[in-house]
Write a protein that binds this ligand. Sequence first.
Ligand SMILES: *Cc1c(COP(=O)(O)O)cnc(C)c1O
Length: 359
Amino acid sequence: MNAFMPRIEISLDQIRHNAEILSTLYGHQGISLMGVSKATLGEPSIAEAMIQGGVKFIADSRLENIQKMKNAGVSTQFVLLRTALSQAETVIKNVDISLNTELETVRELSHYAKVHGTVHQIILMVELGDLREGILPRDLPQFISTTLDLTHIKIIGIGCNLACYGGIKPDHQKMNELSRLADAIEKEFKIKLDIISGGNSANYEWYESAQNVGRINNLRLGESILLGCETVNRQAIPGLHTSAFHLIAEVIESKSKPSLPYGESCQTAFGKIPTFCDRGIHLRVILALGRQDILVSGLRPHNNLEILGASSDHVVLDSENYDLQVGSEVMFDLDYGGLLSAMTSPFIKKKFLGVAQVP
Ligand SMILES: *Cc1c(COP(=O)(O)O)cnc(C)c1O
């Protein structure tokens, strides 16, 4: 009996390989990488694999994840992707660099940096139309001139984030705009911006078609390192591994049953009135896995298996084309949502393959 179920199997070698290929690719035009660890819950061995692959920073949205990596001995420059006013002191104590968009928060960071005798580095995120985080370009000069008066804050760069909330593409126009803003800021304030961070895994298409990347010299990559794809069309990036993560769950029931539920219809456990298509009698299996473990829509089954539905603790699969016995294992690839939920679930065991040891 294998008690390690459900489990996620993680190939550290494949993650390191992906980081290496991407570091080399983007390095050709002077772009450094931040490896984004948030989808892995700040798993230290995964961060280490990214570092071995050549990323220059590890970026995460959660202080808890950064603390976990530091405690495990991961040694790099850490970047906090999302900064909250109430966490200012913890940010100062734990992180070298944070992304920011609010003056009140930056003032608080400066205050605690002074208390702790340090200078905190910030990257200002600029709004370019995706409408998640970002200072509006017209407000940047005022923001910067106020920040330059703060004694314990250093502005080391600007950045933008696209293709997240609003689904807006990081194209040449957006990247040129960020480059122009960088030039204008340096000229107006006579400062040097070291980091111009153009975006995330959605920037691949732009990069591949760019003759000239302008001032862009950094990207923050999570999904393309972990899952080997870009995120505008979710296409695999040539040379990268696309299944460094596998989810494995156990079959707990395997029977031929009708494909249409019978009796009077009512709501399901999740408040929906479901509809079904009648395929006649089909083989189906139930897995010891459910919505409490994983975002079921993020599972990509192998072997012609089809996900029919799921409740809190059960996933039902049509197994007509692939006979599965009770106790056997079923393997899935994961998309980003599946990966995020699997890594976050306390019920899913993490099994590492490969050798990216934290020193
Ligand atoms: C999550 C995140 C990223 C990484 O995005 P991917 O699509 O996984 O590459 C980059 N930047 C910010 C600000 C983020 O929050």
